[in-house]
Design a protein around this ligand. Structure first.
Ligand SMILES: [Zn+2]
Length: 151
């Protein structure tokens, strides 16, 4: 598959996440194990800590899903009552850190929101919220509008 690298979670990172996901799907223990936290930390570093922090504060994330289940957006509460919406498994977030740290400086492979959303999905901590196609499009639009308030 030819895909631009910016919209994909890097292979190593995706591999660790898939590994954790597989283990959790197959096991009774739905919590992250210490060794899983370690390997996630070795890949994501401080971003993991920030993602876990969000998960700590917000036990479940709303996943807006269209009635026909073809589209989903996961909502993550950010700081200052802001919320960010990301696509499941797509490495894109409208936040500033994504723009600066991930796209421009390539200092991080993803932002805390994308990682928190992925971990929430793995742990089954998303609550489905059914929306119509129109509502979905509105959510999508507002997701990009947040950027305008940035500066
Ligand atoms: Zn973000």
């Amino acid at each position: 598959m030819s895909n631009s690298s910016s919209t994909r979670i890097p292979v190593v990172a995706e591999c660790v996440l898939n590994h954790v996901e597989k283990r959790i799907t197959e096991s009774e223990n739905k919590q992250l194990l210490d060794e899983e936290l370690l390997s996630l930390h070795s890949v994501f570093g401080a971003v993991l800590e920030r993602a876990l922090d969000i998960l700590e504060k917000h036990p479940t994330f709303v996943a807006y899903t269209t009635t026909n289940k073809t589209r989903t957006l996961i909502e993550i509460q950010g700081e200052n009552d802001r919320c960010y919406r990301v696509f499941p498994r797509i490495n894109y977030c409208p936040c500033r850190s994504f723009k600066h740290q991930v796209l421009e400086r390539k200092a991080q492979v993803l932002c805390k929101h994308v990682l928190a959303a992925r971990i929430a999905q793995i742990l089954g901590r998303t609550a489905d919220h059914e929306v119509t196609q129109d509502q979905y499009l509105m959510l999508l639009r507002s997701m990009f509008n947040t950027d305008e308030h940035n500066g």
